[in-house]
Ligand binder design. Structure first.
Ligand SMILES: [Zn+2]
Length: 183
């Protein structure tokens, strides 16, 4: 990435600049309420196997009640209105990752991040409504039992991070946030 920027820094494609300059968050997609991303809207049939903060975990790990890989391929839904800022396989323990930017009623933007997905069913820059199907639960190529690692960040577009840290700056407790922002 760095090399590419250095070799092309005199020729930034004009369409890239236009997109950035004119980007406006669509009013219809303001995130007015939040739901859980699995067993929608209340996480029915799932449990949080590793809560935010436990073992310095920066997210929640949602697993099917039947355990193991019983939830492999289950649906993952957008937790609120927003747009997809990232949807790619990045390997390194993360696998397929989807990141969604949500603009709140108060104008603040936050981000939700869904990791280890078996499939990605959305594309970067796609607008979403709460509850839209975005992907399926995976196991990052078999290195875990299938589960959804969900993060909610109050700083958008941070680096991917490590999933664990005792420094929680920029991260929110996903379950607490969702519970406080139901309809
Ligand atoms: Zn996790």
């Amino acid at each position: 990435m760095k090399l590419k920027i250095e070799t092309t820094n005199t020729k930034v494609p004009p369409e890239t600049l236009i997109l950035q300059d004119t980007f406006v968050y669509k009013d219809d997609y303001v995130a007015k309420s939040f739901d859980f991303p699995i067993g929608k809207p209340n996480a029915k049939g799932y449990y949080n196997a590793q809560k935010f903060g436990k073992n310095n975990h920066l997210g929640d790990d949602w697993n099917g009640l039947k355990g193991g890989n019983s939830d492999l391929g289950d649906s993952i839904y957008a937790i609120a209105n927003g747009y997809v800022s990232f949807a790619e396989d990045i390997d390194s323990g993360w696998g397929n990752v989807i990141r969604i930017i949500h603009k709140l009623d108060n104008g603040k933007e936050i981000e939700s991040l869904y990791a280890h997905c078996d499939t990605i069913l959305v594309k970067k820059n796609q607008w979403l409504k709460k509850g839209d199907l975005i992907g399926t639960i995976g196991n990052a190529g078999g290195i875990y039992y299938a589960h959804l690692h969900l993060e909610i960040r109050d700083e958008t577009n941070l680096s991917i991070g490590a999933g664990y840290s005792n420094n929680t700056k920029g991260y929110l407790d996903p379950t607490e946030f969702i519970k406080n922002h139901r309809k």
